[in-house]
Design a binder for this molecule. Structure first.
Ligand code: FAD
Length: 415
């Protein structure tokens, strides 16, 4: 689909209208008082179609929630967002009759707010779609794919699969882990595949979860029980690839039995309450986050192991930082693709994502070992955290996304 004849040129073209792309379009449009002309492209023909079938629920940090409040999306999410009041961590073998709790902590920030909320991905995507749809300068180009681009000092031309072209000052790839435009830009990624698969489903349970999230560290990967509204929980479960394929092929009775083996008995009888889905797991980090009039956000820039539930929160950090640097540049009279603004964005975000990716990768390796000595070492470590309130406060601050140099949107301030 070609841009309208009377506005062939955009300030910003965003390829990918999932969480990162939508939030960025909303952030930039709001920050500019709806003066920036933004085009949002996605290969999905119907907005939200991809995520309606997404059975995942995401652990959103307090900082991400603040940004969604500023953007006006949170009121559409609040009724479905389950706050997490406490977190329990266990570390045991698959066949352990009981899973002793090694570490438990109140998941509350220094200001007394929940550090994390569990939100179904479909709810989050729908809310962002409806905020973006209300912003007149955002032009939606659905059912189209960005193929390549050419940038110069004065602008960038984006070519779509149907042969049409869009002119812009800045092109952003929010295309997820297999970003085509990242490849077209010649930006290499470092990373590797995990020999694990992420399995996700929803269960209902007999007893109230009390807003408690549980992470069972098992030898083949972490098994997370994320509380949802009502007596329901989203299971985000990492399993050895071969075993995961066997489990995914089981009928519902067999699949539920595998969940019961890991779930523990604290919440009474459980039953399946949604489809099962799976994702191959990879860690990747783009060597650069920007090029000439070009930037990467979200999974196009980095992919992390889901064990800490931080991929989307990192994506929202990118969005908040890019919104801020671009808006500041535009207010100073530069255009949206200003090279210095993009360099500031890269300095702000790349190191933070690298540290997160390395930390989650290390945790996955540490907990995936069933060696007695490794188990003893990590149990001593967790026991230590359990006894030192300052360490617990540190972990809650990290989970809440409130550490480091925060962009204004993540502080709950308009840009
Ligand atoms: C099992 C699992 C559990 C997770 N749990 C959590 C969690 O609890 N908390 C958390 O913070 N994160 C979590 N994550 C990570 C999180 O889901 C991702 O980080 C997030 O989805 C990334 O969003 P994105 O917008 O960057 O990319 P994506 O959601 O991958 O979206 C990319 C979009 O770009 C479009 N697109 C791609 N290429 C083109 C093109 N060339 N032209 C046009 N359109 C294009 C696609 O159609 C798609 O809509 C989890 C991930 C997994 C696998």
């Amino acid at each position: 689909m070609a841009p309208e004849e009377d506005s062939p040129k955009f300030d910003v073209v965003i390829s990918g209208a999932s969480f990162a792309g939508l939030a960025l379009a909303c952030g930039l449009s709001q920050a500019s008082g709806e003066t920036l002309r933004i085009a949002l492209i996605d290969r999905n023909a119907a907005w939200g179609a991809a995520t309606e079938s997404d059975s995942r629920a995401s652990a959103l940090s307090a900082a991400s929630k603040r940004m969604l409040e500023v953007l006006g999306a949170w009121p559409m999410i609040a009724d479905e967002a389950q706050s997490v009041a406490a977190i329990e961590i266990t570390d045991s073998g698959l066949d352990a009759g009981v899973r002793p709790v090694l570490l438990t902590y109140d998941n509350v920030t220094a200001a007394g707010d929940p550090a994390t909320y569990i939100v179904p991905n479909s709810v989050l995507h729908r809310a962002l779609c409806s905020v973006a749809a209300r912003m007149p300068p955002i032009k939606w180009i659905a059912g189209s794919e960005a193929r390549d681009f050419a940038s110069t000092e004065t602008g960038v031309v984006v070519r779509l699969a149907d042969g049409s072209e869009l002119d812009a000052a800045l092109l952003v790839a929010a295309e997820g882990r297999r970003s085509r435009l990242r490849e077209e830009a010649g930006i290499k990624v470092v990373g590797w595949s995990y020999p694990q698969i992420g399995i996700v489903t929803t269960v209902r349970h007999e007893l109230a979860h009390g807003a408690r999230a549980v992470q069972h560290f098992l030898p083949s990967g972490p098994f997370a029980i994320l509380p949802l509204k009502g007596n329901r929980a989203c299971i985000t479960w990492t399993e050895d690839a071969g075993e995961a394929r066997r489990i995914l092929a089981l009928d519902d009775v067999g699949f539920l039995a595998e969940i019961e083996k890991r779930f523990g008995g604290k919440l009474g009888t459980i039953g399946l309450d949604g489809p099962r889905q799976s994702w191959p797991l990879k860690m990747h980090l783009a060597r650069r986050y920007v090029g000439q009039r070009f930037a990467l956000v979200g999974d196009a820039a980095h992919g992390v192991h889901p064990l800490a539930g931080q991929g989307l929160n990192l994506a929202f950090r990118d969005v908040a930082a890019l919104t801020e640097v671009v808006s500041d540049a535009v207010r100073l009279g530069f255009d949206a693709g200003d090279a210095q603004a993009l360099a500031r964005y890269e300095r702000w975000r790349r190191f933070d994502s690298l540290v997160s990716a390395a930390t989650f990768d290390g945790l996955n390796r540490l907990f995936a070992s069933d060696l007695t000595v490794m188990r003893a070492a990590r149990d001593v470590g967790l026991g230590l955290v359990d006894r030192v309130p300052a360490l617990k406060r540190f972990f809650v601050g990290e989970a809440a996304g409130l550490t480091g140099e925060l962009p204004r949107l993540l502080k709950g301030e308009a840009v």
